[in-house]
Ligand binder design. Sequence first.
Ligand SMILES: Nc1ncnc2c1ncn2[C@@H]1O[C@H](COP(=O)(O)OP(=O)(O)O)[C@@H](O)[C@H]1O
Ligand SMILES: [Mg+2]
Length: 199
Amino acid sequence: MNVIKIDAVAIRAGLANMAPETRANLPYRARSIIVNVDMVHESVARLIRELRPVGLDELGLTAAIEHCANVWRTRLQTAQLSLTVDEHIDDLDEARSLVLYPIVQEALTNCARRARASRVDIQIQWHDGGRGDARGALVGIEDDGIGADLDSLPTELGLIGMRERVTALGGSIALESRPRTGFRLAAQVPAATAEGAAA
Ligand SMILES: Nc1ncnc2c1ncn2[C@@H]1O[C@H](COP(=O)(O)OP(=O)(O)O)[C@@H](O)[C@H]1O
Ligand SMILES: [Mg+2]
């Protein structure tokens, strides 16, 4: 964006003073703006596509997560990925779907980058509520990789972001791990309550 602005400012100044050597330079600066705008456009479009789950609107959350898992199978290389999803989660509203989906994405990213696992299991269940459990989705993502010492996690950037979004909806995220014993993430994403929906 800086380069684009510098080029545009140079063109404006060039048009104003019109010294021949400056003018000769203008088409080059204009071309540079076009190339850079195209690059920014392409990156932003890709980011938006990646943030917006593929098929969520058309197919629902279950299918979007199945698609996500299929895409990730190739990235996980040697690890076997298994996925079980209760289709009841399609009842979650959009705000909750857009919190649940990135949890799966972030956990799979962590597995691919950190875990060196031979298997990754994702289980997404539905609870109708009662017996102390809230109505909603229970997400369990577990790998058998190198694990981590939870008392000294280096940054916790992705996990912090997930936790903030889930907590804002009244849900929770718990982590379990010890070095060399794998990593487990358990998230609860509650369905909208009647009062919440009214609010
Ligand atoms: N599946 C996993 N296996 C081993 N370590 C993990 C796993 N997931 C997360 N971690 C550890 O937790 C840390 C924090 O993860 P995260 O919040 O996603 O941040 P980031 O991925 O940017 O480092 C990671 O740096 C890593 O040390
Ligand atoms: Mg991460």
